[in-house]
Design a protein around this ligand. Sequence first.
Ligand code: ZN
Length: 295
Amino acid sequence: MTSLAIFLSMRAIGAFFLSTVLVAGVSIFISSCNDVSIPVASEVGTYDATTSGKGATLLSGDNDIYPNVVPALIDDQVYGVDYQYGSRNPSSTILFAAIHGGNIEEGTTEIASNCAGGNSSTPQHDFYSFDGIKPANNNLYDNDSLHVTATHFNENSGITRINNATKAIVLHGARNPTSSEKSAEGFGTNTKIIFVGGKDEALKSAVKAKLEEYFPQALVIIPTNQSSSYLKGYLGTSSSNFCNRTVSGKGVQLEMTWDFRKTLFTGGQLSTPAQRASQTWEMVKLAVALREAVE
Ligand SMILES: [Zn+2]
């Protein structure tokens, strides 16, 4: 298939999403949860809830409240009220995932879903998302409290999906760089940045090339061990990073700044599921770019 043919077919898929699936993104996602397990008592270990969650001390280093999803987070938060997770599992072993999805790192679930393509009944690639579904982001115990860093993330069905994947692209949201970071890194005024991390060097290069082809206005950066400490925060090369827990032990993660993600949603609005249901042509382009890189 030529790039144009794929692009046009993705345009059709995109139009379909825009008119049906993603306009009703929340309901589709919830329906996709039917084939995954809800945490049960046996999965809830001996984590001491009195020292977690709302009374927790932030862990040093990653600012997470919980050291893991199972048992710490699920022991303290309520499935279907505070968080949810779900997957679509086709025969494809290419996985698009968001482990800080929903209202945690806004837009990442929608990107992963668009990239995976299809819908809950006709999936094309593997899709997994762990979502924050609390209504507001306004204090320490909001959706941000559901962020379990990628090296600690251990929700069972998500681990099954990544362990089954031959190639994986995991979507994350990054904050915009500060003024001093922009200056030090030579970003100029551009805050539409995608940091490409992970251990799959070949796929990282392919992803960077495709992103630069489709998003010439964005900065696409592959951090290295020689990079600044700021950039090394986006390396994603730990073997225990979720994105690298594939069959081959390597994968890719994309950390996309808020200002880049804003371009994917109508009016730059992505704070709520309803806002994220309305997407721009840029979203379709992103799905085309990443699929061309990975297929
Ligand atoms: Zn993340």
